[in-house]
Design a binder for this molecule. Structure first.
Ligand code: URA
Length: 218
């Protein structure tokens, strides 16, 4: 009698995308649906040359979300964000923060690789933006750390320089957002790693001590 009840309950939970008994439903099922939608996307020209779409990497329940620019060659091949050389350095940065790579959630502002890794065009960022917004809404991170100028400007709706943006707290719909250098840039300019580490320490402090004072709130 009891096992029949349990079986029914498990079937029901499986149907609803909840995989553990009594666990609160997380964002996984809706993210999977969104990922399927992205897989079929033809909203901009980039679908023509992609091998596959790149949705994310990591834990969708993470407190910290990194947002990069666009998939590169390796990401396009593997279908996962930040798995190439820039990803390897990002993994080291995450480790230095006292976290594991699977304890954060990593996405990009656009989901398809631009030809020859060129910077995403404004219309491509705009076409992909609803996916990005939805991912952030579903994951609801405590802190967002953007990597590089295009990611910060896309989320803040600005066109500011990296020097102007980095290391300062901003807000994306109430979520504290800290822009830092992209790990691909740090591979080319290792002398800037010290500044990036100063930024990452602010992120660690926000995660451990609570949200920073955001502009406009005080
Ligand atoms: N650079 C990015 O911005 N994103 C990736 O996923 C890989 C490299």
């Amino acid at each position: 009698m009891r096992s029949a009840w349990l079986k029914k309950r498990l079937e029901l939970e499986k149907m609803m995308g909840v995989d553990v008994l009594f666990k609160k439903p997380g964002p996984e099922a809706e993210l999977r649906e969104l990922e399927e939608e992205v897989r079929a996307c033809r909203r901009c020209r980039l679908y023509q040359e992609r091998k596959q779409t790149v949705f994310a990497r990591g834990d969708p329940r993470a407190a910290l979300m990194f947002i990069g620019e666009a998939p590169g060659r390796e990401e396009d091949l593997q279908g996962l964000a930040f798995v190439g050389p820039a990803g390897k350095l990002l993994d080291k940065m995450i480790f230095a923060m006292g976290l594991k790579r699977d304890e954060v959630y990593i996405i990009n502002i656009i989901k398809c690789r631009p030809p020859n890794n060129r910077e995403p065009r404004a219309d491509e960022v705009e076409a992909c933006f609803p996916y990005l917004e939805r991912q952030i809404d579903l994951v609801r991170p405590q802190v967002i750390c953007t990597l590089g100028r295009p990611a910060a400007n896309a989320l803040l709706g600005t066109s500011r320089s990296m020097g102007d943006l980095r290391g300062k707290w901003h807000s994306y719909r109430g979520v504290p957002l800290l822009p830092t250098y992209h790990s691909a840039y740090l591979l080319r300019s290792p002398g800037q790693k010290k500044k990036a580490w100063e930024d990452l320490k602010k992120v660690i402090a926000a995660l451990t001590d609570g949200p920073p004072p955001l502009p406009g709130l005080f």
